[in-house]
Design a protein around this ligand. Structure first.
Ligand code: SF4
Length: 463
């Protein structure tokens, strides 16, 4: 990416943050949805006798997997392929797309149903397939709403969180001529009916995976609408696309990870549908796909695995709790990040996964470092430290502009001696603050004025 493109990503983020943070309608919708989430999570957490212990166990299990990732993936491959499934190792998005398109071309697939998956977003699968003449329909309600409105997912768990019930009714009115005052129940019934026909006519499905259970070679999927289950059982081809970090050692681990994910994702004790898929259907079975593939996508994960302090970010189970807890996310919203993964975890992993550290480094600075993200993470990722590691790395890589370096040098010089801070008159201080700090402070707040130096105020207070 060129320097100009890097500056664009950064300035776009700043500009959109400024707009979103003062958009009162956006704030009211997010506030409403987040409050409901907070209440549900508080109830859901009561199912754990010792939540801290569960989080520690989850962190340890993930640590164990990441230290032996290659072995766990090979074990998964061995068991999954022994039952007729096929594994595709994809180094990057281009390889994953190519492999999927080849399968569809070989099997004359023209219509695909897809269930919610962030990795498919990362690989841009829907747009890619549609460009290549394959209809690809989202079947998760939130994703479906986002797709028909030409929008992008706002949140890794609740993609349409930024829309109110009225917004959704309007989308369906404009698109399908449903009454403008349709209730959520009426809209859901309409979508269910529409999708049923698509499940029956699609030749293939694409889903993600919440976990890959290596010891038994199974794909574990958890969802609330049953669309994932229908996607993987009706069409004759099922493709799972997932990151290589999704592996867990054995079935017993699901006892721990499924409830943790459900509670931190939506506040439930358990998600409604929890499914294990072991491969294509056997000759004596009626349901299930004739062919099943798992695409194991690396796309920068090995790079992250090599970075020791940052490696633990691969433990993320995509529950979205850190997004919901983050005061920055709650103000600027998910779209502003301009990345597939947003919020604290997105800010931490995107520079590494994308291989464009310089382009996305600014996201690690979009944090108050309050530590709330770390506090809520069910797998114990120290997110606020991870943000600091990224900042440190930016410094080490010399990724600051000349003016930033000069400002820091001047700041350091001034801060080292009390006299240097006291000497300039308040007028000079206010002049320089207006010149250099006003842009960052924004136009919606009044810049504070220096009236007296700290030393003189301190002296006055002593008398
Ligand atoms: S980093 Fe932790 S809190 Fe954030 S999405 Fe991942 S698992 Fe959830």
């Amino acid at each position: 990416m060129t320097t100009r493109a890097m500056q664009t990503a950064h300035s776009k983020f700043l500009e959109e943050s400024r707009v979103k943070a003062f958009d009162l309608r956006h704030r009211a919708t997010i506030q409403f949805n987040m409050t409901r989430y907070d209440d549900a999570v508080a109830t859901g957490k009561q199912q754990f006798r010792n939540l801290d212990m569960a989080r520690k166990r989850a962190a340890l299990r993930k640590h164990y997997v990441l230290e032996n990732l290659e072995d766990h993936l090979k074990t998964f491959e061995y068991h999954f392929t022994s039952r007729g499934g096929k594994i595709i190792w994809a180094q990057n998005v281009a390889e994953a797309r190519k492999a999927i398109l080849e399968i569809f071309e070989e099997n004359h697939v023209k219509q695909v149903v897809k269930s919610k998956s962030m990795v498919t977003e990362e690989a841009g699968i829907t747009t890619f397939l549609e460009k290549n003449g394959v209809e690809c329909l989202e079947t998760d309600l939130g994703e479906y709403i986002v797709q028909i409105s030409g929008d992008k997912p706002y949140h890794i768990v609740t993609p349409a969180m930024h829309l109110s019930a009225e917004d959704v009714a309007k989308i369906f009115h404009d698109r399908f001529d449903l009454p403008a005052n349709s209730t959520p129940g009426e809209i859901t019934a309409f979508v269910r009916q529409t999708l049923r026909e698509k499940f029956a006519s699609a030749q293939a499905s694409i889903t993600g995976a919440n976990f890959l259970v290596s010891e038994i070679g199974a794909v574990a999927l958890t969802e609330n609408e049953g669309n994932g289950l229908l996607s993987m059982s009706v069409p004759r081809i099922h493709i799972v696309i997932t990151g290589i970090e999704k592996v867990i050692p054995n079935l017993r681990d699901l006892d721990l990870f499924w409830p943790l994910l459900a509670t931190h994702g939506t506040g439930q004790q358990m998600t409604s549908y929890n499914t294990l898929v072991f491969g294509p259907k056997k000759p004596e079975e009626h349901d299930g796909p004739e062919k099943m593939y798992v695409v194991l996508l690396d796309n920068g994960r090995s790079r992250l695995l090599k970075a020791i302090p940052q490696r633990r970010n691969l433990a993320c189970i995509r529950c979205g709790a850190c997004l919901n807890a983050c005061p920055v996310y709650r103000n600027v919203g998910g779209h502003t990040y301009g990345t597939v993964y947003s919020g604290p975890i997105g800010a931490v992993i995107t520079p590494h996964l994308s291989g464009e550290f310089e382009t996305y480094k600014h996201l690690s600075f979009a944090s108050s470092l309050c530590g709330k993200c770390t506090e809520v993470c069910p797998v114990g990722i120290d997110l606020h430290h991870q943000l600091l590691y990224n900042r440190k790395l930016s410094n080490k890589m010399g990724l600051f502009s000349r003016s930033e370096k000069m400002s820091i040098r001047a700041y350091k010089w001034a801060m080292k001696k009390r006299k240097r801070l006291d000497l300039p008159s308040p007028w000079i201080k206010n002049f320089f603050a207006a010149q250099f700090l006003k842009k960052g402070w924004g136009h919606n707040r009044t810049m504070p004025k220096v009236v007296k130096s700290f030393s003189s105020q301190w002296k006055e207070k002593q008398h």
